[in-house]
Design a protein. Structure first.
Length: 254
C-alpha cells in the first residue's frame, strides 16, 4: 500500500473511532451519521483546495523545465509569460515559497531578457539566508504540505515521474547554473545602463544645439532684414522755415 493509501486508511479509522465514541455516549445514530457526513464533505473540500494549491507548484515546475531545458526550441513570448504568471501567483499565495520557485522564475526572466527582475530573484536564492532550506524552522502550513508531497514523490518517483524529472532537472540547474545566470543578468544590466545614459546625453546636446542654432538663425535673419530694409525718404522742412526763406529772398531782391 502506498503512502497515499495509508493516509486515507488512517483518516477513515479515525472517523470510525469518533463515531463509536459518540455512539457509546448515547447520541442517536441519525445525528452521528448526519454530522459525520457534513464533516466528510467539508474535509474533502478543504483537502481538494489544498491539493490544488500544491499541484499548481509542481505543474509550474513541469512547464518551466520544458522551456528552460530545450534552449534551441523557439517559444512564443506569451507562452513564457504565462508560465511566469503562474510562478508569480505562487509567490503571492505562499508566505514562504520554496527557493526553487525563485530560481525558476529568475531563469525564466533571464530567458525573456528581463535581467533586472532575473537578478532580483536569483540574488535572493544565492545571497539571502532565508533561501537556504536548512534555515527554515517555522514553515507555513502551505510549505509543510508542499514538503510532505515532495518527500512522498521522492520516495515513490513512479507515482509522478514527469514531476520528479522536472524537479531534479531544476535542482541540478540551480546548483550548477544559478551563479552563471545571475552574473550574466548583472553584466547585461551594467552594459545597458551606460548606453541609455549616453543616449540621453546625446539627445540633450542635440536639443541644446538646435535651440542655440535656432536663436543664431533668428538673430542673423533679423540683422539681414535690418540691413536690407529700404532707406526712408528725408522729412521735408517745416512750412514756417520755407516761408521765412522766401520772404528773405524777396526782400533782398527788392
Amino acid at each position: 500500500m502506498g503512502g497515499k493509501g495509508k493516509e486515507s486508511a488512517q483518516r477513515w479509522l479515525a472517523i470510525l473511532v469518533i463515531m463509536a465514541m459518540l455512539s457509546v455516549m448515547g447520541i442517536p445514530l441519525t445525528v452521528i451519521v448526519f454530522f459525520a457526513t457534513v464533516v466528510y464533505f467539508v474535509w474533502r473540500a478543504v483537502q481538494r483546495s489544498e491539493q490544488q494549491d500544491i499541484r499548481s507548484i509542481f505543474e509550474f515546475y513541469i512547464a518551466a523545465n520544458e522551456i528552460l531545458r530545450d534552449e534551441e526550441r523557439r517559444w512564443y513570448g506569451f507562452e513564457v509569460e504565462h508560465v511566469i504568471e503562474r510562478g508569480t501567483g505562487i509567490l503571492h499565495v505562499m508566505s514562504d515559497p520554496p527557493p526553487l520557485v525563485y530560481f525558476t522564475l529568475g531563469a525564466l526572466y533571464n530567458r525573456i531578457g528581463d535581467h533586472e527582475t532575473a537578478a532580483e530573484h536569483l540574488s535572493y536564492v544565492l545571497e539571502h539566508e532565508r533561501a537556504d532550506e536548512g534555515h527554515c524552522f517555522k514553515p507555513s502550513p502551505e510549505l509543510r504540505r508542499y514538503v510532505h508531497v515532495l518527500r512522498r514523490l521522492e520516495r515513490e518517483p513512479a507515482e509522478a515521474p514527469q514531476t520528479m524529472t522536472a524537479i531534479r532537472s531544476l535542482d541540478r540547474a540551480r546548483r550548477t547554473r544559478a551563479t552563471t545566470i545571475l552574473e550574466e543578468s548583472r553584466t547585461r544590466l551594467k552594459a545597458a545602463t551606460p548606453s541609455s545614459s549616453a543616449a540621453a546625453m546625446v539627445s540633450g546636446r542635440a536639443s541644446t544645439a538646435s535651440d542655440s542654432g535656432g536663436n543664431n538663425l533668428t538673430a542673423i535673419s533679423g540683422n539681414r532684414q535690418s540691413s536690407l530694409a529700404p532707406l526712408s525718404p528725408p522729412m521735408p522742412p517745416p512750412i514756417a522755415e520755407v516761408l521765412r526763406d522766401v520772404y528773405e529772398e524777396e526782400k533782398k531782391t527788392a
